[in-house]
Design a protein around this ligand. Structure first.
Ligand code: 13P
Length: 258
């Protein structure tokens, strides 16, 4: 049985003062949720914060059961890459996760499938767990090419790093049309793509496919989390807007408990 993972993606939001209340609130609430057992009945929880706040996240969350991570990383190890942040720097702040290939990075910052695969590899090599984002735009869904798009995005990583590398990773299905729009994929729509992802990987490595956590992202909130998380292949959520409110985020963590 796979654990559920509820991961917050704060995107470019927050301040030292705001984060303090949010991190304290989430840490306290998650600790309460855990009081019945070490694994919170199969739920893991993490927050991916902007780079400048990694130290703050580490300071507040170390010793708690909450993990933290970043939203991006450089594909390069070090050197003349002004403004970039390497995997080893993220390790310095004890990050467990790093989001790779978020659709906003792909669309706004020109991250191709090849760059995303390089970043995935950099994360794996450093011992970080990449949360690899895949998903189609509205135009692609309407053109009935959702599976081709998701397959292409996965294949870039599989060709470069091998299917076995997915044993050390998480995949997040985030339909672009559902992100920040209030339009959620229906549980059936999401499940269909999640099953497609798992079956595709199962053709290469059954054990990796069985163990792989596949998260759904796109306007997930407390009010729709239960039905999404009850689907067979939805193993958690990558939460944007709702991760900025401790009560809402914790309600999603509760919904993920078995
Ligand atoms: P929203 O939950 O705000 O739709 O964002 C989803 C997302 O992009 C998480 O990475």
């Amino acid at each position: 049985m796979r654990n559920k993972l509820v991961a917050g993606n704060w995107k470019m939001n927050g301040s030292i003062a705001q984060n303090k209340a949010l991190l304290d609130g989430v840490a306290a609430g998650f600790a309460a949720l855990l009081s019945s057992g070490d694994t919170a009945k199969g739920v893991q929880c993490a927050v991916c914060v902007p780079f400048p706040y990694l130290f703050q996240a580490q300071s507040v969350l170390q010793g708690s059961k909450l993990a933290w991570g970043a939203q991006n990383l450089s594909q390069y190890e070090k050197g003349a890459y002004t403004g970039e942040v390497s995997a080893s720097m993220l390790r310095d702040f004890a990050c467990r996760y790093v989001i790779v290939g978020h659709s906003e990075r792909r669309a706004l910052y020109g991250e191709s499938d090849a760059i995303v695969a390089d970043k995935f590899e950099a994360a794996i090599n450093a011992g970080l767990i990449p949360i690899l984002c895949v998903g189609e735009t509205l135009a692609e869904r309407e053109a009935n090419v959702t599976e081709q798009v998701v397959a292409r995005q996965l294949d870039a990583v599989i060709v470069k790093c091998g299917a076995a590398s997915l044993a050390k990773a998480v995949v997040a299905y985030e339909p672009v049309w559902a992100i920040g729009t209030g339009k959620t994929a229906s549980p059936e729509q999401a499940q269909a793509v999640h099953a497609f992802v798992r079956n595709k990987i199962a053709q290469l490595d059954g054990a990796v496919a069985d163990g792989l956590q596949i998260l759904y992202g796109g306007s997930m909130k407390a009010s729709n989390a239960v039905e999404l998380l009850s689907m067979a292949d939805i193993d958690g959520g990558l939460i944007g807007g709702a991760a900025l409110d401790a009560d809402e985020f914790l309600a999603i963590c509760r919904a993920a408990q078995r």
